[in-house]
Design a protein around this ligand. Structure first.
Ligand SMILES: Cc1cc2nc3c(=O)[nH]c(=O)nc-3n(C[C@H](O)[C@H](O)[C@H](O)COP(=O)(O)O)c2cc1C
Length: 153
C-alpha cells in the first residue's frame, strides 16, 4: 500500500491510496502501515467493506487458469493477461485485478483454496489472474517504475 501522493511518487508501485481524505488521515497519524496491518481497525474494516458491493455488483469476472505453476507458465500467463487487457480496452471495457483473493500466505490459505475451487483450478493448476470487468470511468495511467528497476543486464 502506498499512502498519499508522496509515497506514490517515491515508489511508483503497489496499491495506491490517495485523495484529500487520505492525505489528511495520513498527516494527522490516523492512517499508516501499522493501522493497515490491523484487520480489526475500523478504518481497515471500512476499507474492506467498501469492496463488498464491488464484488456483489460486478457485471462480470474473468480469470486465467494454467495447468501448472512453473516460472515459464507464470510469464506466459502475464503475457496473456496483457493481451486480454488490451482487447478489453479496445472493446471499451475496464478491468480491475483482484489478486487479494489469490494471496499465498498462511492466513489466506483456506480462502485461496476455495477461490481456486470455485474457478476450477484443481491441485497443480493455478488461477494466475482474477479480475472484475465492466464499464468504468476513464482514469489516468497508474504510476510505473522504469525498466531498469526490473531488468538487470
Ligand atoms: C498483477 C496485478 C495485481 C493487482 N492486484 C490488485 C488487488 O489485489 N486489488 C486491487 O484493488 N487492485 C489490484 N491491482 C490493480 C492496481 O491497483 C491498479 O489499479 C491497476 O494496475 C491500474 O491499471 P493499469 O495497471 O492498467 O495501469 C492489481 C494490478 C496488477 C497488474
Amino acid at each position: 500500500m502506498r499512502i498519499g501522493a508522496r509515497q506514490i511518487a517515491e515508489h511508483r508501485d503497489g496499491l495506491v491510496m490517495d485523495g484529500p481524505m487520505i492525505e489528511f488521515a495520513h498527516a494527522v497519524g490516523l492512517l499508516n502501515h501499522s493501522v493497515l496491518a490491523d484487520i480489526e481497525h475500523p478504518l481497515v474494516k471500512q476499507g474492506y467493506e467498501a469492496f463488498r458491493p464491488l464484488a456483489l455488483e460486478a457485471p462480470a469476472f474473468i480469470w486465467i487458469n494454467s495447468t501448472d505453476n512453473t516460472r515459464t507458465t507464470q510469464i506466459e500467463a502475464g503475457r496473456a493477461y496483457a493481451r486480454l487487457n488490451l482487447a478489453a480496452t479496445r472493446a471499451g471495457l475496464a478491468m480491475h485485478p483482484w489478486s487479494q483473493a489469490l494471496q499465498e500466505y498462511p492466513e489466506m490459505a483456506a480462502f485461496h483454496a476455495r477461490a481456486e475451487e470455485l474457478m476450477s483450478a484443481p491441485s497443480e493448476a493455478r488461477v494466475q489472474m482474477f479480475v472484475r470487468v465492466g464499464y468504468g470511468r476513464q482514469t489516468g495511467p497508474a504510476p510505473r517504475r522504469g525498466l531498469s528497476d526490473h531488468i538487470r543486464a
